[in-house]
Each structure stands twice: as structure tokens, then as C-alpha cells.
Write a protein that binds this ligand. Structure first.
Ligand SMILES: Nc1ncnc2c1ncn2[C@@H]1O[C@H](COP(=O)(O)OP(=O)(O)OP(=O)(O)O)[C@@H](O)[C@H]1O
Ligand SMILES: [Mg+2]
Length: 187
């Protein structure tokens, strides 16, 4: 299987963005031993029964993919975390929102690679739906250290919107520069 932990996180972030939330908050915390994320939204939330169904790989609400009976995001996250020595936690309240947390042990031989974190940050910022997206990212390890927070509304204002190709290139470069702070700190 060729997927990364960032792919898993993007899927969960997409659920948050599709939940009708006005604010989505994302935390991506990485060391050489561990990758953790937390995604919170103030969207429609789930009842206990809905959450149980969402965790079941053989069930989907059928609205998004009519004809498909299997949802993948949450079950796949649970399966991957559980099978590679990680952990997960999902809390949801109908009408008020959902928080999904996951932790992965990068020293586990079966753990998928972390993948492209700045690309993930960009993806999460650009999902349609929420008016505000707040992303906090940190890395501390052999490559140095970086820690930053970005907000969709501030970036949109600085870049004159987040729609045209030029703005997206600038966004990518800006996120790349925040990631590289680490190597400079090292020197
Ligand atoms: N953050 C959330 N807020 C509200 N409901 C959620 C949230 N995350 C998941 N759900 C509910 O759980 C269901 C299953 O989610 P899952 O990601 O597994 O599949 P999906 O989103 O339906 O389809 P896919 O992710 O494969 O496109 C969703 O359809 C939705 O009803
Ligand atoms: Mg989904």
C-alpha cells in the first residue's frame, strides 16, 4: 500500500471541512519518533450511533457516494493507527462538532511514511467550506526544529485571495519557507 500519514490526515480534514463547520483547527506535531495530529471542527457533529457507523468500514451514509456502501476515512485511520502501535480518539457532539486525534509510532516498522506535511497544510487551508482554518505545525528532531501557525483568513488577505494560480504558488512558497526555518536554526 502506498499511502502516507498525511493522506490519512487529509481525509479526516476533508470530513471536518465537509461538516458545515465555520472553523476548522488542525495540529500537526512531528518528531523523529512520532507523528500526531488533531482535527477539530464546529460542524454538524455526530450522535453516538452515527459515530459508531462512521467507525464501521462496512457502512457509509450513502449521501456522498451514492451506490457505494463503504466509507474509508475513519475506519482506515483507526485500522492503521491500531495496527502500527499508535492510538486514536474521536469525540463528537451532535450539533456542536467533532475532534479527531491520532498518534503514530514512526519507529514501528509497519508505520506508513509521514509524507508531505507542507502539502497537507496547504490542502487543509484550501478546502472549500469553513470560513476560517487554523493550522499549527511543529517539528523537532534531527532536521532541526520549526513551529508555526497559519490562518486561512490572514493568508487570503495577504495574498489577495486564495483562488488564482499566482496566489497558490506564493502560498506554497511561503509554507515552504516556514518549514525551512528548521534547517537555518540548526546551523
Ligand atoms: N467531522 C465530521 N463531522 C460530522 N460528520 C462526520 C465527520 N467525520 C465523519 N463524519 C460522518 O462519518 C461518515 C463517514 O466518514 P468517512 O470519511 O469514513 O466517509 P465519507 O466522508 O462518507 O466518504 P469518503 O471520505 O470516502 O469520501 C461521513 O459520511 C459523515 O456522515
Ligand atoms: Mg470522508
Amino acid at each position: 500500500m502506498h499511502f502516507t500519514l498525511c493522506d490519512l490526515a487529509a481525509d479526516i480534514a476533508q470530513n471536518a471541512a465537509e461538516s458545515g463547520a465555520s472553523v476548522v483547527e488542525a495540529d500537526f506535531i512531528e518528531t523523529d519518533e512520532e507523528f500526531r495530529f488533531r482535527l477539530s471542527d464546529d460542524g454538524k457533529g455526530m450522535t453516538e450511533a452515527e459515530l459508531e457507523r462512521a467507525k464501521d468500514p462496512f457502512h457509509t451514509d450513502g449521501k456522498k457516494h451514492p451506490g457505494r456502501r463503504v466509507g474509508l476515512g475513519i475506519p482506515f485511520l483507526i485500522q492503521t493507527a491500531s495496527q502500527t502501535g499508535g492510538g486514536w480518539d474521536i469525540r463528537s457532539r451532535k450539533g456542536s462538532g467533532t475532534t479527531v486525534e491520532a498518534r503514530f509510532d514512526l519507529t514501528n516498522l509497519d508505520a506508513p511514511p509521514v509524507g508531505d506535511v507542507p502539502g497537507l497544510v496547504r490542502t487543509v487551508l484550501l478546502f472549500d467550506g469553513p470560513g476560517e482554518v487554523i493550522v499549527r505545525r511543529s517539528y523537532a528532531g534531527r532536521r532541526g526544529a520549526t513551529s508555526y501557525e497559519v490562518r486561512k483568513t490572514e493568508l487570503a488577505e495577504a495574498l489577495g485571495g486564495l483562488e488564482d494560480a499566482g496566489a497558490l504558488v506564493l502560498l506554497g512558497k511561503y509554507l515552504g519557507s516556514l518549514e525551512e526555518a528548521e534547517e537555518e536554526n540548526e546551523r
